[in-house]
Ligand binder design. Structure first.
Ligand SMILES: [Zn+2]
Length: 223
């Protein structure tokens, strides 16, 4: 089952005007940080439902910026629908024996024929999503050895090198395409997004999620 319906105003318990693009309240709207980029590798973000309205999530900013991206919300996905064989699909996830799977070394496969799946979830939930979607287990994995330090200072990491979903996705796509520069404008805008989130947190102005959360100090994303 795929759930890809943004919450309506009625479902938003804040009952404050909500930006239709980023789904945040007007005070927490992050649309000013969107940087339109024509990416070549298709990005498919599979977002756990608990992340959908998380005030500090980065997947939606990423999705709204990258032209070739999709953001689907759910726990269980039909591979035939979400990842049809028109593209060769990779999963961004640790565990790859090689950082570049064999198909990336094949000069006959262009970047435009590649799809990168990124799970937007905590580590625990991402493991559950992989368990619930056996087709994800069968995908070749792309990993990010030696990532740079995270710019993301607002969600606690289990390890300091763990990156946000936005950073990890941009780093991976930039490396696969051999064009990291293309993504610099969004990474620089992301710094502004982080600072704005910090200011809003300090003033208690973040958009509260629809359900009370007991795990605010959670681990980072699964990439
Ligand atoms: Zn907005």
């Amino acid at each position: 089952m795929i759930m890809n319906m943004p919450p309506t105003l009625e479902q938003n318990t804040t009952r404050r005007p909500t930006c239709p693009a980023c789904l945040r309240t007007r005070l927490a709207c992050f649309c000013e940080w969107i940087r339109p980029i024509s990416n070549r590798v298709e990005l498919l973000l599979l977002q756990h439902p608990l992340e959908q309205l998380h005030a500090k999530g980065t997947a939606r900013l990423l999705h709204l910026s990258l032209a070739r991206s999709r953001l689907l919300v759910g726990e269980v996905f039909d591979a035939a629908l979400v990842a049809p064989p028109d593209c060769r699909t990779l999963l961004l996830y640790p565990g790859a024996e090689e950082s570049a799977p064999e198909l990336l070394l094949d000069p006959a496969i262009s970047c435009a024929a590649l799809r990168l799946i990124v799970l937007d979830a905590t580590w625990r939930k991402s493991r559950k999503m992989i368990h619930l979607n056996p087709w994800l287990q069968d995908l070749p994995r792309y990993s990010l050895p030696d990532p740079p330090p995270s710019r993301y200072l607002i969600r606690r990491a289990q390890q300091t090198h763990q990156l946000s979903t936005l950073e990890a996705s941009l780093l991976a796509i930039g490396r696969i395409e051999g064009d990291a520069e293309r993504y610099q404008p969004l990474l620089q805008a992301f710094d502004g997004f982080v600072q704005a989130q910090q200011r809003q947190s300090a003033h208690g102005q973040t958009n509260p999620p629809s359900q009370p959360r007991s795990n605010q100090a959670r681990d980072r994303h699964s990439v």
